[in-house]
Unconditional design. Sequence first.
Length: 418
Amino acid sequence: MAVKDLFERLKERPGPLGRFARQLHGYYAFPQLEGPIGNRMYFRGKEVIVWSINNYLGLANHPEVRETDAKAAAEWGLAYPMGARMMTGETKYHIQLENELAEFVKRPAGLLLNYGYQGIMSIIPALLDRRDVVIYDAESHASIVDGVHLHKGKRMAYPHNDIEALEKQLKRAVEHVKRTGGAILVVTEGVFGMSGNQGRLKEIVALKEKYPFRLLIDDAHGFGTMGPTGAGTDEEQGVQEGVDLYFATFAKAMASIGAFIAGPPEVINYLRYNIRSQIFAKSLPLPIVIGNLKRLELLRSKPELREKLWQVVRSLQSGLKEFGFNIGTTSSPVTPVYLSGSMEEAAGLVADLRENYGIFVSGVMYPVIPKGQIILRLIPTAVHTQEDIDETLKAFSEVREKLATKYYVKEPVVTFNV
Ligand code: PMP
């Protein structure tokens, strides 16, 4: 068989999304939002209400945050410290941040991670060896799925939040590790980022009475938003003690970069010496660490930010329901609006919202979800206003009407100069 040139092959097979790059690029994919991060920004020169940014508590542009970021950048620059933490990149601020994070989520120890994605992806294989079994929710974020695929032993998925199916997998896993001498790890999310469903942590924790396993949760969307103190979805469900390892990223409520994992000191120290994505990568720059300390302080000391977020969440979600929209089973700020239509109709509707109604939402469509479905995914934040919600509800009603009368089939999709 003739040997193919790799780059020629990539042209022939651009990937499930890459296939549509020409139609998507610069508008649906890689759009440029301009202006300060907030409820209203600019897209292609026009003001839009933005429902696509995980700035849950509005910290991205909080004056104290901005001041701390700027001062830390002026004092330390982006270089400091150089090297991986294990070698030359350790500072007292890194240690302080992980200690404060651990205390906040009521765990004895914490470990900072440079990015959520590489962090969780690397935690899973660091914890496990080939004798072990990892069991995970089938709707888990790509970073978990990729971590699971780095595990050299057995992996088992269970349908999203299906506790009976999880129990069946646990039974199989127990039989397997009896033969191999291995152990079992269950991984799920606190809040699922697409549906807004909470992971059924309480029920999973209850299964620990019957089966020997450890539980790791990725609470990217729950940290800072869920629970009486904002400590996360396990706090919300009253099961902090049953969740053995708690992971969250700073990319959402903290409006920053980085992530952390918290749990028993011996496990955290084990990870410190065994997690390849951190051992072989440069330490987080100090302006980011110091900026994260500030964000954590605000998150703890200003519960009014979380209260404001939830006020907006309740108003948006109840408004959507009153207007007859299907928002599924969300029990978190993540707010999906389920519609039906073709990919072309979805594209037309999202463009219509952006161009003619001044509303920027992300549309999720085929090939990410099955053909015929459209999900508009809204992320309410503490800086949204009732006016933003009212305008959005009105616009959504109008575009739903257009969708029903096949307007987006008849009218050509807005054409873009990209
Ligand atoms: N886990 C989940 C559940 C996420 O939603 C994300 C996306 N931010 C990540 C991990 C990756 O985090 P980061 O952006 O910090 O790499």
